[in-house]
Ligand binder design. Structure first.
Ligand SMILES: O=C(O)[C@H](O)[C@@H](O)[C@H](O)[C@H](O)COP(=O)(O)O
Length: 261
């Protein structure tokens, strides 16, 4: 295990071992929260994250989790029909949600009949309604919603959610949910949580697998992470939890350029 001041980095020899640990950590966190009767609010990413969650829907974890208390959201979503191959909702339904008994009305997909602007407004309104009804807590300091767990992936350019390097959205300070129409990662039209919401999370598990992420991991976690000479921060480096725990789940390939002390 390595660590940067406020982050924990778990490094695994194989992706298989990573996925087992991810299931174990997720189930443990869920049980810790739901055993007190509370709901468990979980935010999913797209991409390979859903495959990394595969052990959670198998024994022993699938039987230990109180799925009835889960409320599921997306940190970003492509603005396509929910049955489209590019939909993060479809990806999660096929690979995860269809295998566990989370009540359908506790799974919050975007309104796929709206354009990006409307879909972002609608999703933000949904979150604000859930704050009013007590499903979501808000930070007393920032006023942004606090999710119990965000399960994130990262791109080779260090993007998380649909927050890409150099994009003005990185600086959004007011909105909870916004939209992008020129995503460098196809498809171009998406909605995404903003950094104030991501940074209000109680827990982030960031899953990084594969050698193609090694440069971004080195920049984010390496000893020159202050980037004094290597330019602007990567989006992943803008994760700075107000009052939460940020844990990296990384395989050996993704951390191959780190000098582990
Ligand atoms: O909608 C998306 O595309 C994801 O939310 C995105 O942020 C993803 O997590 C990263 O691009 C990593 O994707 P991979 O896991 O497929 O590498």
């Amino acid at each position: 295990m390595a660590s940067k001041e406020d982050q924990k980095v778990l490094i695994f020899d194989t992706e298989e071992e990573l996925s087992i640990s991810l299931a174990e950590y997720t189930a443990k966190l869920s049980n810790k929260i739901t055993s007190h009767g509370a709901t468990f609010t979980v935010v999913l990413s797209g991409g390979t994250l859903i495959d990394s969650l595969r052990k959670l829907v198998g024994s022993p974890y699938v039987d230990s989790v109180d799925w009835a208390k889960w409320h599921v959201f997306w940190v970003d979503e492509r603005v396509v029909p929910k049955d489209h191959p590019d939909s993060n909702y479809k990806l999660a339904l096929d690979g995860f949600l269809s295998k566990v008994p989370i009540p359908a009305d506790q799974v919050y997909a975007i309104n796929d009949t709206l354009p990006p602007e409307g879909a972002a407004d609608d999703y933000e309104a949904c979150l604000k309604y859930l704050v009013r009804t007590g499903i979501l807590n808000v930070s007393a300091t920032s006023g942004f919603p606090i999710f119990d767990l965000m399960l994130l992936g990262m791109g080779p350019d260090g993007h998380i959610a649909s927050l890409f390097p150099g994009h003005p959205l990185l600086n959004e300070k007011e909105r909870w949910v916004t939209y992008i129409k020129d995503s460098p990662k196809p498809p171009p039209q998406r909605i995404t949580f903003t950094f104030p919401v991501i940074n209000a999370s109680a827990n982030i598990f960031l899953v990084v697998n594969g050698a193609e992420l090694a440069d971004a991991v080195k920049k984010a976690l390496g000893h020159d992470h202050n980037n004094s000479e290597s330019g602007a921060l990567l989006p992943v480096q803008r994760v700075s939890l107000e009052n939460g725990e940020f844990t990296w789940f990384a395989d050996k390939d993704a951390t191959s350029k780190l000098e582990i002390k």
